[in-house]
Design a protein around this ligand. Structure first.
Ligand SMILES: [Zn+2]
Length: 469
């Protein structure tokens, strides 16, 4: 006998913006919505990541919204700990997840090796949460399915992926279930894109939603309009060409890098800017851009971009941009004179090849560091953004003579107005759960929703459970 009770519980990204894990239990079956890694300081992150609040072996299906590590990064640990369920995702998400999880395993193995080496005398050791083999094992469970194609993750539950407009492959998960009280539709947004983006189509307008689980990252803020990005970039390139300077762009490898490349490609096609050498110096960004190029007719892209890609034939500039994989080629850039533009990772200057480029170029007054993404407190990127004149890289102090510029234009997330408009259009009949936002952002969004007369808005705490009637 089953009681058809549906229960929704929150196991991450409840009151914070990382580690998304939500569990829907119905009729003795469990569906896990995302399995993200908590990203933060080691001790805090370790505790939140290493133990699941539910038995991994009890999960019957995993539905993955997109391939950012804070949404998929714990999949290898889930499978290492006994899960054997299929992972449903769009084909692009499955491909991107392959790159992200391999990279995450490599970083953890490297971190553990380094920690164990420097603490050898004290006999302190740590183990990586998972290694490349564990990542491979999880990847074998992927079951890719296209946008809008219905599928049945567990018997009696109808699911569909809808475009979320956040990054290539990103999807909202729509679930039609039957509870003891009748048929109900639940929509989980994953991360929701903004109404206007450079490459992606708008998020699909939801219909007939009973319960909405929605992110709230920018629940208290508005973004600047997109329009001026190309103009600003063109100005910097002209200046660099005149002065022989280098433009260094620390960038997130997924989506942001490809957005910048397409802006550069359009500037070049329009002959708006002088042709200076462009380098994309990050093996991960190179692999991801290849996936973008392969999927350039993907349904999640805006029709305007698809048309541009068709007319241009090479929207990611493979015929003139130097895509750098090897270390030697990367290091050789240090000895080359400007003008040039280098896009490299990581986006907040916390690791990766960008550190070499900063170390070599911060001292040049004709150089520009262009920040194009959010810079968290305590990161090198934030110190540069705050105008610090001396920064430490690899333990050595460097004077900052280069110009540091920020473009606030870019964001892959809906802002407060986008979120409000989306929720009002969804008209969730029975409840809204705000996740993936810090305390202030989601409180602000909850207040705005209440002012709009939207009832049953919940801000779930970690571990909190709700019965869906
Ligand atoms: Zn995301």
């Amino acid at each position: 006998m089953t009681n058809n009770k549906a229960k929704l519980s929150f196991h991450g990204a409840a009151g914070e913006v990382t580690g998304s894990r939500h569990l829907l239990e119905l009729d003795g079956k469990s569906i896990l919505l995302d399995c993200g890694m908590f990203q933060g300081h080691r001790s805090d992150a370790d505790m939140k990541n290493r133990t699941f609040r539910f038995p991994p072996a009890s999960v019957d299906a995993v539905l993955l919204s997109h391939a950012h590590v804070d949404h998929c990064g714990l999949l290898p640990l889930l499978y290492k700990n006994g899960c054997d369920a299929p992972i449903y995702a769009t084909p692009a998400t499955a491909e991107i997840a392959g790159i992200m999880l391999a990279d995450s395993a490599r970083l953890q193995e490297g971190d553990a090796q380094y920690y164990n080496k420097i603490h050898a005398a004290e006999n302190l050791t740590i183990e990586p949460m998972y290694d490349a083999e564990d990542a491979d094992k999880a990847l074998q469970h992927f079951s890719p399915g296209d946008y809008n194609a219905p599928f049945e993750p567990v018997p009696g539950v109808k699911a569909r992926f809808l475009n979320a407009g956040h990054v290539l492959g990103s999807a909202m998960v729509q679930l039609d279930v039957t509870t003891g009280a009748g048929p109900r539709r639940l929509l989980y947004t994953g991360d929701l894109g903004r109404a206007e983006t450079l490459l992606l189509d708008d998020p699909v307008a939801p219909q007939g939603v009973d319960y909405l689980v929605i992110e709230s990252t920018y629940g208290d803020r508005l973004h600047e309009p997109l329009a001026d990005a190309a103009g600003k970039l063109a100005g910097l390139i002209k200046k660099a060409a005149r002065e022989g300077g280098k433009i260094i762009i620390p960038s997130f490898a997924l989506e942001r890098t490809q957005e910048i490349i397409v802006i550069l490609d359009k500037l070049r096609s329009d002959q708006t800017v002088p042709e200076i050498p462009i380098y994309v110096d990050s093996p991960m960004a190179v692999s991801l851009t290849e996936i973008f190029n392969k999927h350039r007719e993907n349904f999640c892209f805006d029709e305007k971009f698809r048309e541009y890609a068709r007319l241009d034939g090479d929207p990611f500039g493979f015929d003139y941009i130097s895509y750098v994989r090897s270390k030697e080629e990367s290091q050789a850039l240090n000895h080359r004179k400007g003008p040039m533009l280098i896009i490299s990772a990581s986006g907040m200057c916390e690791g990766g090849r960008i550190l070499h480029h900063l170390r070599n170029n911060l001292g040049g007054e004709n150089n520009t560091v262009l920040l194009v993404g959010y810079q968290a407190h305590g990161t090198l990127g934030r110190r540069l953004q705050d105008g610090e004149k001396k920064v430490r890289i690899f333990g050595l102090e460097h004077e900052v003579w280069a110009r540091v510029e920020t473009m606030h234009t870019f964001s892959s997330h809906a802002d407060k107005n986008d979120l409000l408009a989306f929720i009002k259009a969804a008209k969730p009949a029975r409840g809204v759960f705000l996740v993936h936002g810090d305390t202030e952002a989601r409180a602000a969004l909850a207040a705005a929703l209440e002012a709009e007369g939207i009832k049953n808005v919940k801000c779930p705490a970690l571990g909190e459970e709700f019965e869906l009637n």
